[in-house]
Design a protein around this ligand. Structure first.
Ligand code: PMP
Length: 390
């Protein structure tokens, strides 16, 4: 059997996508004009399928500081955080993140993916138990596999199911690492974190919350779901990414003082190059924006409400709650692909999500709004969906 033979079906599926029209998994956005506008081929599009929740990718200050760092410090660090890849700005950003979250330690990783890999795989090795939500992001699954801990999945957002599993673990629950996300990226729903925090108080264990999609989006100061629900003291580690609200690339984890040992023990922290100085500089600017401009968050939620209500009025089946991620649940893969292409023809880009990337075997069109969308742009997205109904 050849090296690539096992991918024959996948390759065939992909080829069909390619030959029948625009390929949703090989789309090239030819130009990006702003946080909300771009071009695919000859079609100008409103970007309604990104993770740019606060619309900061074109923030003037973030661009200026990124450019200044590029000129002053060069294009890349060419080294690991542990060796020559920790510049003053990486440490300053860690200090600023720790301060923002009011925690002793923050560690910057190269991506959100490696942050999860680096924290989870190092803390949960052979002999440990991790309790993870069944709909966890791939980086959480991969991290558990890399660590070699025993993996116990509980039903998505089902605190009762988690409790049953903790009871079954007996004394081992005291050492278990419970992992959930703030906002789930596909359905826009949130973890029942108050109930989960209560379980942790009752049965023990440690709690890690991946706030990738909720950082900058939820909570009175934008710290995420744990802040929103007032349970931060029950959360041992908060993980986040620079690639969504912070509009750059990189990842982080914040926690207690002991967490610092990851710098000497976490392979995904040690064996990869650190984020470029320009990325770090723009993240620092965006973090300041988030701290100083809560109105960005307010605008984001106004847009979320506008899109959700507009699509609900048209009769589309949507996610379980209003959120900046607005999934439209579609019957079949074929219909999903057709609608996705029709939307582009109407000037709207969303994400097409097929199983297994979408949970529970469903196909969905994942729309997301950001704080930079104007009312007119949101209405244009709704109008495109209205046209498809015809
Ligand atoms: N966690 C979650 C929940 C995510 O959705 C993502 C990215 N989609 C990541 C982690 C990884 O983040 P990054 O893109 O920074 O690697």
């Amino acid at each position: 059997m050849g090296l690539y033979d096992k991918f024959a079906r996948l390759a065939n599926d992909r080829e069909q996508f390619q030959t029948s029209g625009l390929n949703p998994f090989g789309t090239c956005i030819d130009e990006v004009y702003s946080a909300t506008q771009g071009r695919i081929g000859n079609q100008k599009i409103v970007l309604a399928g990104t993770n740019n929740y606060l619309g900061l990718t074109f923030d003037q200050q973030a661009i200026a500081e990124g450019q200044a760092a590029l000129a002053a410090l060069g294009t890349g660090t060419t080294g690991s955080r542990m060796a020559n890849g920790s510049y003053g700005s990486h440490l300053t950003l860690e200090h600023e993140l720790a301060e923002f979250f009011d925690r002793p330690t923050a560690i910057v990783f190269s991506t959100g993916y490696t942050a999860n890999l680096g924290v989870i795989s190092t803390l949960a090795g052979p002999g440990s138990v991790v309790l993870i939500d069944a709909d966890s992001h791939a980086s959480i699954y991969d991290a558990c596999a890399l660590g070699g801990a025993e993996i116990i999945r509980f039903r998505h957002n089902d605190a009762k199911d988690l409790e049953r599993r903790m009871v079954r673990l007996g004394d081992r629950a005291k050492e278990a690492l419970i992992i959930v996300e703030g906002i789930y990226s596909m359905l826009g729903d949130v973890a029942p974190l108050a109930e989960i925090a209560e379980l942790k108080r009752r049965y023990g264990g440690y709690l890690l919350v991946d706030e990738a999609h909720s950082f900058g989006v939820m909570g009175p100061t934008g710290r995420g779901l744990a802040e929103d629900l007032g349970v931060e003291k029950d959360v041992d580690i908060i993980m986040g990414t620079f690639s969504k609200s912070l509009a750059s690339i990189g990842g982080f984890a914040v926690g207690n003082k002991e967490m610092d040992v990851l710098r000497y023990s976490s392979r995904p922290y040690i064996f990869t190059a650190s984020p470029s100085p320009s990325s770090i500089a723009s993240v620092r600017a965006s973090l300041k924006r988030i701290a100083q401009h809560p109105e960005l968050r307010e605008k984001l939620w106004r847009n979320a409400h506008r899109l959700y209500h507009g699509l609900a009025k048209l009769g589309y089946e949507l996610g379980p709650r209003i959120s900046p991620v607005v999934p439209i649940i579609i019957g079949s893969k074929e219909t999903g692909l057709q609608l996705w292409r029709d939307l582009i023809a109407h000037g709207v880009y969303v994400n097409l999500v097929l199983p297994p990337a979408a949970p529970a075997g469903i196909t969905l069109l994942r729309c997301s709004v950001n704080a930079a969308h104007s009312d007119d742009e949101i209405d244009m997205i709704i109008q495109a969906f209205a046209e498809l109904k015809k």
